[in-house]
Design a protein around this ligand. Structure first.
Ligand code: B12
Length: 354
């Protein structure tokens, strides 16, 4: 059941408009603190928050909205350094209260009870949440120095140095799996943290992503020249998800380990994914979700895949699942893991080479 089962988007817009207008009526200081840019962002955020609320409700995952509330508070705090932490907490709390007030008008009593609970949790966590100002440890431990050096080349906008550095590292016999997961993936996570903390800009984040994708493509000759084991997978991200590197890393590493990989990228209609499975009979399908809003679409695809009655095993994963309480265990899927290496270990047990 959808959260707002009549016309979803128009109801969302109506709720968002009311929440937005009420904010400025109830909190007179806001007009001085928010310029036009902030106002625009605030409106977008209201819609965004509604979508998170909806997915938490639909999947019965209260942890999801709680984690989101923490993330949002941190993001706002770094984005508006001119405002105190306490002041930002006031914004957030009023925001959740207004969402509750406006949603009460459009939801059934039963639906509202759940939503009210989710919003009360968000208010409670916002009141008590303390941001740990600990330094990132991404440059510590195994490969820490390599991660730091690679990231520095990206920050200095030296793409050929960045690419050559990783190619040199690979010659030192560091396994490709480690380069992907323990080096490049961790650097991408660090880039995300720095974006969230407003240390790097959106253009820097995009730039570093595109160079890292270029690094991955340097390994294609190596990846596609391994002996094949007869197994085949299809991999993609679901819904309007734009994050695609997770599925790509999995696809690449399975190809390297002897599989035939059909990597479809992101932004595919549900029907296209189902058709691909129907027509190619893969042994495994990889469905990747980074933004939790797309979890409901993933669940729907899983249900449709199961109806196909194929032998294809279903794997789901990606950052979104880490924000849930192992929601995938409630679905008819074969596995979810935290990273590509763990999935490879699982596949070696499940798919016996003949
Ligand atoms: C690069 C990036 C982008 C790029 C993506 C480009 C691309 N072509 O992929 C762009 C710029 C498009 C982007 C956009 C956005 N992003 Co972004 N992005 C990132 C970033 C920095 C890195 C993601 C990445 O590539 N990681 C590397 C890959 C390899 O790791 P991975 O995806 O986790 O995959 C591994 C595992 O999860 C697992 N796995 C993945 N899939 C699967 C599937 C299966 C079956 C299994 C078993 C395992 C598995 O194995 C993989 C390999 O080991 C992350 C930071 C982060 N912590 O992830 C933020 C991040 C994900 N983005 C974030 C946000 C907020 C956004 C935007 C909303 C920003 C905005 N305001 O526009 C948009 C949303 C776009 C959308 N509609 O999807 C937030 C999400 C926070 C949240 N609340 O959920 C993050 C976490 C940043 C942050 N710290 O705040 N982003």
């Amino acid at each position: 059941m959808g959260l707002l089962n009549n016309n979803l988007s128009s109801t969302f817009n109506k709720v968002a408009n009311n929440v937005y207008n009420q904010h400025f009526i109830k909190d007179k200081k806001l007009e001085e603190e928010y310029d036009d840019y902030r106002k625009k962002k605030m409106y977008e955020d209201i819609l965004y928050n509604l979508s998170f609320l909806e997915v938490s409700y639909n999947l019965e995952e209260e942890n999801l909205f709680l984690e989101y509330a923490k993330w949002l508070y941190e993001l706002m705090m770094y984005l508006m350094p001119d405002l105190s932490k306490e002041r930002i907490k006031e914004h957030m709390i009023l925001h959740y209260e207004l969402l509750s007030q406006e949603l009460k008008k459009v939801l059934s009593d039963e639906e509202f009870k759940v939503i009210h609970h989710l919003l009360s949790n968000a208010i409670e966590i916002t009141k008590t949440y303390k941001i740990e100002n600990k330094l990132s440890d991404f440059n510590k431990g195994e490969y820490g120095y390599i991660r730091e050096t690679y990231l520095n080349y990206l920050l200095e906008e030296k793409p050929s140095k960045a690419i050559d550095y990783i190619l040199e590292i690979e010659k030192t016999k560091i396994p490709l799996e480690d380069i992907y997961v323990n080096i490049l993936q961790k650097v991408m996570t660090e880039i995300g943290e720095r974006w969230q903390k407003n240390i790097i800009s959106v253009d820097q984040e995009h730039y570093m992503t595109s160079i890292t994708q270029m690094v991955l493509s340097q390994f294609y000759q190596k990846i596609f020249s391994t002996t094949k084991n007869g197994f085949k997978l299809v991999a993609c991200s679901v819904g309007s998800e734009l994050h695609e590197m997770g599925a790509r890393m999995i696809s690449d590493l399975f190809e390297y380990n002897g599989w035939d990989s059909i990597y479809l990228g992101a932004g595919l209609p549900r029907k296209a994914i189902l058709n691909k499975v129907e027509n190619t009979n893969p042994d495994l399908i990889i469905l990747s979700v980074t933004m939790p809003q797309h979890l409901s679409e993933c669940k729907a695809i899983v249900e449709e895949l199961n109806k196909l009655d194929k032998k294809t095993k279903i794997a789901v994963g990606g950052r979104a699942f880490k924000m849930t309480n192992q929601v995938w265990k409630k679905w008819k899927v074969d596995i979810s893991t935290d990273n590509a290496k763990e999935l490879l270990v699982w596949s070696e047990k499940v798919f016996k080479h003949g």
